[in-house]
Ligand binder design. Structure first.
Ligand code: P6P
Length: 281
């Protein structure tokens, strides 16, 4: 596992450099979710594929940018599922974006998730490493290397609300719930990039990030293996909760296919409790 974390550190530095210097145009291709691919999406994916492919411990990789898994070493212990550059369309307006990695052991589902790593490409490069059973650890890049900063913990209750999805497509109960949070004085913090949005709530002590079932996306938008599950592990180990619209733990998810999605709610215990009341779950 350690060699994977170390490899992700060098991947992060290379992708950050690509963000700052690459061509921001669109490629002629789409990803498995039918989204147009930026040349930067493809470049970031190739960087990760090249670097992880060098590691004997990697059995296979699953990328948001590729339809199928790529098999590497048959005796490898780990399968890494990743979103190489989540929110990449925000790069051309100079907002923060991120990479998300789920490190799986036996099975490609919540039970098989052993660790997650995410990287935020912002004013600074930051990385959070979460291993099952341990608090998330924050690292910051400076002077040519990643320095360990601190463990990360969510407060019981926060002040921030990051409501995803197109509001006109929300269910009435979700609209009423989000409005009630703002009525209590929660502050809107939503950039459209789940990595910086979830990172902010985590580091600012708490709140709620939501991407619910909507009329246009009844099974949510965010992908289970390389977006939802990695952050569910982070939020649970940080002392918060991560559930779907039925109140089930996201860590119990079993994807039906590699690019399966799920409605998702990540937050401090107080906000998740309010959600359960509002949703009557
Ligand atoms: P919406 C970015 O495209 C992304 O996958 C996540 O990073 C982000 O949370 C979400 O989609 C934003 O979606 O529908 O709110 O614009």
């Amino acid at each position: 596992m350690k060699e994977i974390i170390e490899s992700i550190k060098s991947i992060a530095i290379e992708i950050d450099n690509a963000i700052k210097n690459a061509d921001l145009g669109y490629s002629e291709s789409e990803n498995s979710s039918g989204e147009e691919q930026l040349k930067l999406d493809v470049q970031s994916d190739l960087i990760i594929e090249r670097e992880l492919g060098k590691l004997q411990s990697i059995k296979a990789i699953v990328s948001e940018e590729k339809e199928d898994a790529m098999n590497f070493h048959s005796d490898g212990k780990y399968i890494v599922c990743y979103d190489p550059l989540d929110g990449s369309s925000l790069v051309d307006v100079n907002l923060s974006v991120g990479s998300i990695f789920g490190i799986y052991g036996g099975s490609l589902d919540g039970a098989g998730l052993l660790a997650s790593v995410y990287v935020v490409y912002g004013p600074r490069i930051e990385m959070v490493v979460t291993t099952r059973g341990a608090k998330p650890m924050l690292y910051r890049y400076s002077d040519g290397g990643f320095k360990e900063i601190s463990e990360v913990a969510l407060g019981e209750k926060g002040k921030l609300c990051a409501p995803g999805g197109t509001q006109q497509n929300w269910e009435p109960k979700h609209k009423a719930f989000i409005d009630s949070l703002f009525g209590e004085g929660y502050r809107l913090r939503y950039s459209g990039g789940m990595v910086p949005d979830l990172h902010q709530i985590l580091l600012k002590g708490g709140g709620l990030f939501s991407y619910p079932a909507t009329s246009d996306k009844p099974n949510g938008k965010l992908r289970q293996l390389f977006e939802v599950l990695p952050f569910a592990l982070v939020y649970e180990e940080a002392g918060g909760e991560a559930i779907d619209g039925n109140g089930d733990r996201l860590m119990n998810l079993k994807p039906s296919f590699l690019h399966d999605t799920s409605p998702c709610f990540f937050g401090s215990k107080s906000e998740i409790s309010k959600l359960k009341t509002a949703y009557n779950i």
